[in-house]
Design a protein around this ligand. Structure first.
Ligand SMILES: Cc1ncc(COP(=O)(O)O)c(C=O)c1O
Length: 368
């Protein structure tokens, strides 16, 4: 038989497990509460929705490929230089661009064992090799990261706070990590949940960019700003990194409706504050109520919580997921994050939060 000849993707591509997003589907007829993707229960600013509708009048025209209006608003909000900002179709795109610009065959990128999945896929798709390091108490461990560095290490990816654990490293630890990294290794701080963190010892890392040539920070409009559907993120980095990304990104990688909605969303500070307050109220409530049920919740500073289930028939994470799903409550299964005995619950509306605790209570009490 003739060998089948066909184009083959390059090494690494078929090592990637296709990303399975948080669930959207529940039992027929059940009211659905989607608590599986860390979206905000408050939705976007009404101003952002208005700006999106206005942008619909101009769909025939290409967007401003530099995203100048958005970079200007971000620059003002964070007191940073707009020229050092790159916008992307979600921070996912920016993470991929970084991997493609800085990794090649034989190069290594480090991430932690329960780190965000895109770090692995971006690394492999760029032809690099993901090096997985242990965490301590579901938290990134700077010493473990540093001891995994080799001459082949080109990137360290770190989500801070991390998804799906919800834990964080204080800024002193981030600075220690940076101090001990070779200046040739790029430290990528993914701060997708920064707006939710209420601890004084936390900083997203933007402060480090000016003083180091090897630190970039990725941010997103998908979480507290409620624009996940539009795909919008941004990155702040040193001029040489920004230059490299601007060479390889698509010239119109961010759409005009996304730019317009992003400008309005970041300008509506009151809406963001309301969302942060909602989270500050309901996150501790959920953690307390979960604890009362005899389940363990990893302390979280983000807008979700990791719930650990016993490895006991009738009480497992998979059975809990099926039980909740049948009642319209969609949480995130975490096998792909190497956490098969846990589920991730996003903070929802008051109604969703109360409903999920009632359902978990029924599940733990054995109600059918
Ligand atoms: C840590 C982390 N980084 C990045 C992203 C992706 O964000 P975006 O929607 O901007 O691509 C997520 C989304 O879940 C995330 O949890």
């Amino acid at each position: 038989m003739l060998a089948l000849k066909r184009p083959e993707p390059r090494a690494g591509v078929l090592e990637i497990e296709p990303y399975v997003p948080g669930s959207n589907a529940a039992a027929q007829g059940a009211t659905v509460f989607k608590l599986s993707s860390n979206e905000t229960p408050l939705g976007p600013s009404p101003d952002a929705v208005c700006a999106y509708h206005e942008a619909a009048e101009h769909l025939a025209v290409y967007p401003d490929g530099s995203g100048a209006a958005l970079r200007a608003v971000i620059g003002r909000a964070y007191a940073v230089k707009p020229a050092l900002i790159v916008c992307g179709a979600g921070s996912d795109e920016l993470l991929n661009l970084l991997a493609h610009a800085f990794l090649g065959p034989g190069d290594e990128a480090i991430h932690t064992v329960h780190g965000f999945l895109v770090f692995r896929t971006a690394t492999l798709s760029a032809g690099g090799w993901p090096v997985v390091v242990p965490e301590f108490n579901y938290t990134a461990d700077v010493d473990a990261i540093l001891s995994a560095v080799t001459p082949r290490t080109k990137i360290v990816f770190l989500a801070n706070p991390n998804n799906p654990t919800g834990t964080y490293l204080p800024f002193d630890e981030i600075k220690r990590l940076r101090r001990h990294l070779s200046p040739e290794v790029l430290l990528v701080l993914d701060a997708a949940y920064a707006e939710y963190v209420r601890f004084d010892d936390y900083k997203s890392g933007i402060e480090l960019v000016g003083s180091a040539n090897n630190v970039v920070v990725c941010r997103t409009f998908s979480k507290i700003y409620g624009l996940a559907a539009l795909r919008l993120g941004w990155l702040y980095g040193p001029a040489h990194v920004v230059d490299a990304l601007n060479r390889i990104r698509g010239p119109f990688n961010v759409s005009q409706p996304a730019i317009a909605a992003g400008v309005a969303a970041m300008t509506d500070v009151a809406h963001t504050e309301t969302a942060a307050k909602h989270n500050a109220r309901w996150l501790p409530w959920l953690v307390r109520e979960i604890g009362k049920l005899g389940l363990t919740a990893t302390p979280s500073v983000a807008n979700f919580v990791l719930i650990h289930f016993p490895i006991v028939a009738g009480r497992t994470a998979a059975e809990a997921d099926a039980f909740l799903c049948a009642r319209g409550l969609l949480l995130r299964r975490l096998e792909a994050f190497r956490l098969p005995n846990a589920l991730r619950l996003s903070v929802g509306t008051e109604a969703a939060n109360r409903r999920v605790i009632a359902a978990l209570s029924a599940f733990m009490g054995g109600a059918a």
